[in-house]
Design a protein around this ligand. Structure first.
Ligand code: SAM
Ligand code: SF4
Ligand code: SF4
Length: 381
């Protein structure tokens, strides 16, 4: 019988080999590394697994990520010690924020042990890093306490609908909304403040849920963020007509409840903030705020300060990249910290990615460097 053809390009290839400086040429990190467009390196997103217990159609469609899909063997994944070493070096280069993601990060066994190791690291200013996690929430009720005790600073939970039928369809594993809401409640009980909820808005699928989601989280202290459905990866069959521009999300909400624009809280922030207004027309902090992430209709590449580390130790400079830099071969090849720092400085120094600004002029499915893009489940959000 002919072997089944898996309809996906090997998302892990091609790989780029970093240039490792000779020991004598290594410079101490300055804590301010700028790329070719003058953008600093501030945020490292670490994907800890390529597996997930959901099959959201916009991320891991079932037809591709089925029982034949070849996930990475455990030995290919970076160990917690290797991840911690990379994170420590990135902090020396000026990173302040570490985000654990995946696949579904809570599927990685003993994740709290990694959290503990990362929480003990320090930024160049001697502070604890802002250590966050993005999760689908399905395992959060079981894990929230241990994550908090291990030193996790914040949690973001993805939830695309409050309508159980819509949600079960979107995660395509028949997982109920109640399970995610339980996870959110457990995170609050465990002491996580400033929780965020991410809703990917897909026109015609869950955009009718926007007002219900907004009303549900308004006044709870939880910030709901609406994310434009993105053309990340090459398997979700993305079409522009399935994107609901954030401007329309805001317009729909303002038709029912007053919102006022808020200032960005940090440079490089992906979400535009809007506050719920009180009777005087001004932002009422008790009602809280929402965010919109407009990666399709309003590119924010100009101050993009994020790097992404895949579970097998490849460094990606853009969410829409097609190629990653193989740091694992250096980690496992006896390269010193100084040399690794030099290699990362060289990689970041030549970065010029700005995919979202160029999207309209690039061929379909191509990445920031013009070839097939990697998948969201491989690189995290
Ligand atoms: N499994 C975890 C989760 O869902 O939160 C973490 C990984 S997931 C890839 C990270 C974020 O990316 C989630 O908030 C998810 O909704 C979002 N995401 C995935 N595919 C997307 C797409 N095509 N467009 C916009 N956001 C997407
Ligand atoms: Fe899994 Fe998250 Fe992707 Fe959904 S968005 S399939 S939960 S990795
Ligand atoms: Fe950053 Fe790439 Fe997104 Fe632009 S497209 S904001 S460079 S990740």
């Amino acid at each position: 019988m002919a072997e089944r053809v898996i309809p996906i390009a090997d998302q892990r290839a091609p790989v780029l080999q970093p240039v490792v400086p000779v020991v004598d040429a290594c410079q101490a990190p300055s804590g301010l590394l700028l790329d070719a467009r003058g953008r600093p390196l501030r945020d490292l997103r670490i994907s800890v697994t390529d597996r997930c217990n959901f099959r959201c159609s916009y991320c891991m469609p079932k037809e591709v990520f089925d029982q034949h899909y070849r996930y990475l063997p455990h030995g290919d994944l970076l160990s917690f010690e290797e991840i911690t070493r990379v994170a420590r070096l990135f902090l020396a280069h000026g990173v302040r924020k570490l985000r654990l993601t995946g696949g579904e990060p809570l599927l990685r066994k003993d994740l709290e042990r990694l959290v503990e190791q990362l929480a003990a690291l320090r930024t160049v200013d001697g502070r604890a890093p802002d250590l966050t996690l993005t999760t689908n929430g399905s395992l959060l009720a079981r894990k929230a306490r241990a994550l908090k005790a291990a030193g996790l600073s914040r949690v973001t939970v993805s939830l695309d609908s409050l309508d159980d039928a819509v949600f079960r369809r979107m995660n395509d594993m028949d997982f109920p909304v109640a399970g995610v809401l339980e996870g959110i409640a457990a995170a609050r009980d465990a002491g996580f403040d400033h929780l965020k909820v991410n809703m990917v808005v897909k026109r015609g699928t869950n955009d009718h849920e926007i007002p219900a989601m907004a009303r549900y989280f308004r006044g709870t202290g939880i910030t709901l963020r609406f994310i434009e459905y993105m053309d990340v990866g090459a398997t979700n069959g993305w079409r522009m007509d399935q994107v609901l521009p954030s401007a329309q999300v805001i317009a729909r909400l303002q038709a029912e409840l007053p919102l006022v624009p808020l200032a960005a809280s940090a440079p490089g922030e992906t979400a535009k903030r809007w506050g719920w207004a009180g009777p005087d027309g001004r932002h009422d902090p008790a009602l809280g705020e929402i965010g919109v992430i407009s990666s399709v209709t309003q590119a924010f590449c100009g101050d993009c300060n994020r790097a992404r580390l895949s579970m097998e130790g490849r460094l990606y400079l853009c969410l829409f990249a097609s190629q990653g830099w193989d740091l694992r071969s250096l980690l496992r090849g006896g390269v010193s910290d100084e040399q690794l720092l030099g290699a990362v400085a060289g990689i970041w120094g030549q970065r010029s990615d700005r995919y979202s600004e160029l999207r309209a002029s690039l061929p379909a499915d191509s990445g920031s460097s013009g070839t097939r893009r990697i998948e969201m489940s491989y690189i995290g959000g």
